[in-house]
Ligand binder design. Structure first.
Ligand SMILES: C[S@@+](CC[C@H](N)C(=O)[O-])C[C@H]1O[C@@H](n2cnc3c(N)ncnc32)[C@H](O)[C@@H]1O
Length: 231
């Protein structure tokens, strides 16, 4: 078994036990699991460092000079690596502990973090040139609503960048990882395969102008960039 996989198994095991104990204290809000894991999130994502570095390069290229909104930023891992390429970046999340982690340490001067529910944004229509939502649509119970909000706040001609983990049916590591994450409280509201994810974006009114499955990760990820299909 690869070292990365062993670390992933260990991290999920510890997380599952700790989260199970925390759940005994009563019912939880939708952001509870993210608030719980916020302090450990960056360490956990170290396992997918190669994948994220590849994404930073692609995202920086696409948002260069653009007013950019990130939904579901988590600890701001991506925002902190890409914001300096943008004209300005607002990175949002609904889990306060994630935002607290994001605000720690240095960050580019043109980046700010702000609370927002991706399914009910308070931003004006047509107010951003690019919207980024990474590794999040699969954990949102109503991902179509988040996509509709992204479309509303994007100006005509704007770009949606939506990299998302997908399930590869035949792959043992993907299956085991998904089960462990579920046991640890991170429930995949939707489990698309790569084709299903692209079809989901198209069904929701996006023209997917570029997509590629990146596999240097614990779970394969479809890197997708889209524009409004109606334009
Ligand atoms: C798996 S993390 C991804 C974080 C980051 N985008 C990344 O790629 O590392 C999912 C994030 O989505 C956030 N989230 C889930 N549902 C949300 C919603 N409805 N509105 C805003 N944030 C949400 C969680 O709080 C969490 O920080």
């Amino acid at each position: 078994m690869r070292k990365g996989m062993k670390l992933l198994l260990a991290a999920c095991g510890v997380g599952a036990a700790a989260y199970a104990v925390s759940r005994m204290k009563g019912p939880k809000e939708p952001d509870a699991v993210w608030n719980f894991y916020a302090p450990a999130y960056d360490k956990f994502m170290e396992l997918d460092r190669a994948l994220y570095e590849e994404m930073y390069t692609r995202i920086r290229r696409t948002i260069a000079g653009k007013r950019t909104l990130e939904l579901c930023t988590g600890t701001g891992l991506i925002a902190k690596h890409v914001a300096s390429a943008a004209q300005e970046m607002i990175a949002t999340d609904f889990a306060e502990n994630m935002l607290a982690q994001a605000r720690k340490g240095g960050c580019p001067a043109n980046l700010r973090f702000q609370w927002a529910d991706a399914t009910a944004l308070s931003f004006e229509d047509d107010s951003f040139d690019a919207v980024l939502i990474s590794n999040a649509l699969h954990v949102i119970p109503d991902p179509a609503r988040a996509l509709a909000e992204a479309r509303r706040v994007l100006r005509p001609g704007g770009v949606l960048i939506a990299p998302n983990f997908v399930h590869d049916e035949g792959d043992l590591q993907t299956g085991v990882t998904a089960k462990l994450l579920t046991a640890a409280g991170i429930v995949f509201a939707t489990a698309w395969d790569a084709d299903g994810y692209v079809a989901f974006l198209e069904k929701n009114g996006w023209a997917v102008r570029r997509h590629e499955t990146l596999r240097q990760a614990s779970i394969p990820l479809v890197y997708a960039e889209c524009v409004d299909a109606a334009e």
